[in-house]
Design a protein around this ligand. Structure first.
Ligand SMILES: [Zn+2]
Length: 450
């Protein structure tokens, strides 16, 4: 006599009413019992686990099958709540001697690969788009708090998100649910998978490095076969460090700092001076002021600095120079932007400093070092607000960390014309002008070109 029974086991595991579940199980047990008593071949029975109509494994009995599936669900429950199996799982009674009965371990291995679990998780949405799913609300709030914390600019700052953030309950495949640290990393733009940057026209290795806040050496190490001089458009470069964050953290704070005031040199013409001579009429003197700023940073990088209060502590004096009024031959080089050198060109704390940093007060005008055409005018990664001017023959000058830009791409500028104001945008610790000279795509020491 052949006994066949199909017991609905785990089609919808936890979302099923316990009473219904119990009824099904007890009903099945009753059938099993009656049939079992009647059957002379009960000892020859095994349980074939059928997933969506396909037998995946045969175990010695239903209890074993249940235990295996329970342990798999339990494993998923560490990651999320309300875990259920999305497929139809049945235990089909078969004759033991007609099938290959596997151990519980082997069965676990097979089912782990073939069962698909769904869970109710909490999704973090930014401007309506789902970004990441975590276990529950507590985990989601922890992720958001940790993300904010990562971009704190000082202990008294106010932190918020640039995007509108919503938390939603939603069913997701269990393997899509991220642990807290994983979710934070993902939202910061960090990923465990290798990422590639596609080279665009006009990119230099230094540009790419600065944009992604890594050193050219780090990029070179990640791409051992890469030859910077042979970089080509559409070439893929393996990236290290973070990409653009998925959610942006805005930090605002107030800071009161003392700043030097350095006035521009005043030049007067004096016809009585012989050709080429000059005379200092008044020695320049640094002044000092106390400024209260409202600083805004996005993902730790300053984007705006507003002057709230300003108090002069010591008046500055401009250096006044008299020069012969006879025309002098104009210098062929670039004119040096004003300001004392705070930081020279070259290696600086293990990182290549690709330009010179000049001390200038916040909001001081920046003049073009030479006539040319504006080829960049806008936000540029670590440079913040940045202007590039092409002077022909592969010579480009770059002005970084500006508080405002007053030129547009494509515009022709004259030597000495004002292109914007000094600021502290991008990767910068205070107001200064970062001045760079790029020759055929490679940053050179500006002092050799002035
Ligand atoms: Zn610099």
């Amino acid at each position: 006599m052949q006994v066949k029974e199909k017991i609905l086991l785990f089609k919808t595991w936890l979302d099923k009413q316990p009473s219904t579940y119990k009824r099904v199980i007890s009903g099945a047990l009753a059938v099993f019992l009656v049939l079992g008593l009647l059957s002379m071949v009960a000892a020859n029975r095994a349980c074939a686990i059928e997933v969506d109509g396909k037998v995946l494994a045969v175990v010695k009995d239903k209890t074993t099958a249940e235990a295996v599936i329970n342990s798999l669900i339990k494993k998923q429950q560490g990651k999320a709540a309300n875990v259920k199996i999305t497929q139809e799982v049945l235990c089909k009674t078969v004759k033991k001697d007609e099938a290959e009965v596997v151990s519980a371990e082997k069965c676990t291995e097979i089912l782990a690969k073939n069962l698909s679990f769904e869970a109710v998780a909490v999704g973090i949405k930014a401007n309506g788009g789902l970004k990441v799913a975590v276990k529950d609300r507590e985990a989601a709030n922890l992720v958001l708090a940790k993300l904010k914390q990562a971009y704190q600019i000082d202990p008294d700052n106010t932190l918020s998100f640039k995007q509108k953030i919503d938390l939603v309950d939603l069913p997701v495949k269990a393997d899509k649910i991220k642990a807290v640290e994983q979710a934070v990393k993902y939202l910061k733009g960090e990923s465990d998978k290798p990422r590639y940057y596609t080279v665009k026209e006009g990119d230099t290795l230094w540009d790419i490095a600065v944009r992604f806040d890594v050193t050219p050496e780090e990029l070179q190490a990640a791409n051992p076969d890469f030859v910077p001089e042979k970089m080509q458009i559409d070439q893929k470069i393996k990236m290290v460090g973070a990409l653009d964050p998925v959610i942006d953290v805005v930090a605002t704070t107030q800071k009161t700092i003392q700043e030097d005031v350095v006035l521009a040199q005043q030049v007067r013409k004096n016809p009585s001076l012989p050709y080429g001579q000059s005379k200092v009429i008044q020695q320049g003197e640094k002044g000092l002021k106390e400024v209260t700023y409202q600083i805004t940073a996005v993902n730790g990088m300053e984007t705006e600095r507003k002057v709230l209060k300003e108090k002069v502590l010591k008046e500055a004096k401009a250096q006044i120079v008299e020069r012969s009024s006879q025309t002098m031959v104009a210098s062929r080089g670039l004119s040096r932007p004003a300001g004392a050198i705070l930081s020279p060109f070259g290696m600086r704390s293990g990182r290549m400093h690709t330009g010179i940093d000049l001390a200038r007060g916040y909001g001081s005008p920046i003049q073009a070092a030479q006539s040319g055409k504006v080829i960049r005018a806008g936000w540029y990664g670590g440079y913040g607000n940045c202007v590039d001017i092409s002077h022909g023959n592969g010579l480009v000058t770059r002005y970084g960390h500006m508080s405002s830009i007053s030129v547009k791409v494509g515009q022709t500028v004259q030597k000495g014309s004002i292109i914007g104001k000094v600021g502290s945008t991008g990767r910068s610790t205070g107001p200064h002008l970062h001045f760079e000279v790029i020759v055929n795509g490679v940053p050179r020491n500006p002092l050799s070109y002035l």
